[in-house]
Design a protein around this ligand. Sequence first.
Ligand code: PGA
Length: 259
Amino acid sequence: MSRKIVVAGNWKMNKTAAEAEALVKELVGLVSDVCPCKAEIVVCPPFTAIAAAVKAAKGSNIKVGAQNVHWEASGAYTGEISVSMLKELGVEYVITGHSERRQYFGETDHTVHLRTAAALAGGFKVMMCIGETLEERESNRTAEVLDRQLEGGLGGFTAADMENIILAYEPVWAIGTGKTATPEMAEETHRHIRGKVRAMFGDEVAGKIRIQYGGSMKPGNAAELLACPDIDGGLIGGTALKADSFAELVKNAVSGSGC
Ligand code: PGA
């Protein structure tokens, strides 16, 4: 089954609104020849830079996402952001469950589920992140950890919900470290993830769901990663902070995927 690839930049806590505007304007020119029929290109700036990014991306093939969302519609949740606030800005995608949220901000499988459910109800496409730590991989617990994250994050969703879910497999030990999983290692894990989705939701959902790889993806390794049958895109940190390197990565990903 052919799946359209999705390559997203997760800017994390980087870029002011002015910097976002400049980056997206430059990116628009660099990726204008990438057909939206082949790849979805997404940038996920910090909340304060979303409006500028949406404005700069208007009319282009670049979509804008947010890095988080709260499950309540409004209320006393200092520091959080709601679905309606993001919708008003023109956001179309939301990241949930990033390992930095899990590691530094007490995010659990349950809160990831609540955020993901709220984002789906709000009509966003959700990139839900999962991944094991180095210690978990070395103690042969990768499959167990991913299964737990998938059950906790996705349990209770319907096949229709799953149409708007994208999974991002990000081995924690590969994020920002320059250590990428080898294509063989990544493919083996992606195959496991798709198998778990099949066990939970059946063949059709498993065949359709897109699974991004994330963790030190670069222009130089994007093509070989995307050539793997179960890798359908990337979630990119450091390399997404410069328009030229992100554009090169997007193009290499498209060519590697055979699109
Ligand atoms: P990296 O980050 O590309 O800088 O490793 C990926 C991510 O955390 O999404």
